[in-house]
Design a protein around this ligand. Structure first.
Ligand SMILES: Nc1ncnc2c1ncn2[C@@H]1O[C@H](COP(=O)(O)OP(=O)(O)OP(=O)(O)O)[C@@H](O)[C@H]1O
Ligand SMILES: [Mg+2]
Length: 311
């Protein structure tokens, strides 16, 4: 927040491993700074692995209600540049960057004498912060033991009425998440209904044994997140919920999922078996989406039925 107020700082890089809370943090920062009046406009753009300049241009233009007249990438960059360079107090959040992009190619003018834009970018890769010439780096680390346990208890509903021996066993499970928020949130929510010490012990043993399984070409920390999410997935009680989650997982991360599209896919793929009407499928999809949101496997998107594929 301090860096954002600093007139000399235009480019801030938030860097940390997958699931550590970068998107959550910058969304909160965007909201707070707007409330405090530090910025008039806060434009959030999910960049993701296929950082295509055209997509970023259209997302920003959409926010600004700007209709491009030019057809080429360069033409659009010029239109965007002309529009943004006289705007005051604009913050652009470029979330989930994997490669360097040239702001000029997009059409983003950096802040100069109070006009133009400030940028916060998030990335898993330090080299992206470096190549984008961030003036301030904000490394995000995993939660410490106390924070992790507090979050786990909250999500698993382990309140003060829960007995000591259950808490002891649950704490061991929480430690398996290694302080990673995405692992804590999904696992704790999945195990919320576990009410006995034995139940928690079974969960811990299952996690420990699945650690021995090889999964693809990924590092130890990422493996940890995958295992916790896998266990949450296995805890989804009904097959319809699991199928719906797998369908959502085909969307890019942080992509807004149109529920009506899901209904149509599910209907055409006969995801839930043969149904007499699309209305029947819609009821199943809406039920599954609610369940997945409650299980922290999907994120809420806006105020309505919308969902985002998060973990
Ligand atoms: N400080 C926090 N308190 C509670 N929950 C959190 C916190 N930080 C993150 N989470 C939860 O952890 C999950 C992952 O967070 P988020 O999507 O922000 O991670 P990320 O760093 O952006 O991951 P990625 O690199 O995959 O984009 C979300 O479900 C989010 O709600
Ligand atoms: Mg993210």
């Amino acid at each position: 927040m301090e860096a954002l107020k600093d007139g000399k700082v235009n480019m801030i890089g938030v860097w940390g491993m997958g699931g550590v809370g970068k998107t959550t943090l910058v969304k909160e920062v965007g909201k707070k700074t707007k409330e405090l009046g530090c910025f008039r406009k806060v434009i959030e753009v999910v960049v993701s692995q296929k950082s295509i300049i055209e997509n970023i241009q259209y997302k920003i233009a959409d926010f600004l209600d700007l209709e491009f007249k030019k057809k080429t990438k360069e033409g659009r960059a010029e239109e965007l540049w002309l529009r943004l360079k006289n705007e005051e107090k604009v913050l652009i959040i470029l979330d989930d960057m994997w490669n360097e992009v040239h702001l000029k190619d997009i059409g983003i003018p950096l802040n100069e004498n109070g006009k133009g834009c400030k940028i916060i970018l998030t990335t898993r890769l330090l080299k992206v912060c470096e190549s984008m010439e961030c003036q301030v780096f904000v490394p995000i680390d995993v939660l410490d033991d106390d924070e992790a346990w507090t979050l786990f208890r909250m999500k698993a509903n382990l309140n003060e009425r829960v007995s000591r021996d259950i808490l002891e066993e649950a704490e061991k499970v929480a430690k398996e998440c290694k302080g990673l928020p995405v692992a804590i949130v999904t696992l704790a929510t999945a195990l919320e209904s576990t009410k006995t010490r034995k139940g928690w012990e079974v969960a811990r043993k299952k996690l420990e044994s699945s650690r021995l399984v090889e999964i693809g070409n990924i590092g130890e920390e990422e493996k940890n997140a995958y295992l916790c999410i896998k266990m949450s997935y296995e805890h989804l009680k009904k097959e319809t919920n699991q199928k719906c989650f797998l369908l959502c997982a085909l969307y890019p991360e942080d992509h807004s999922i149109n529920v009506e599209d899901l209904v149509r896919y599910a209907w055409c793929l006969e995801l839930f078996g043969k149904a007499d009407s699309i209305e029947e499928v819609r009821i199943q999809v809406l039920g599954a989406i609610d369940y997945l949101k409650d299980s922290s496997l999907l994120l809420k998107d806006g105020d309505g039925d919308g969902a985002r594929y998060g973990p």
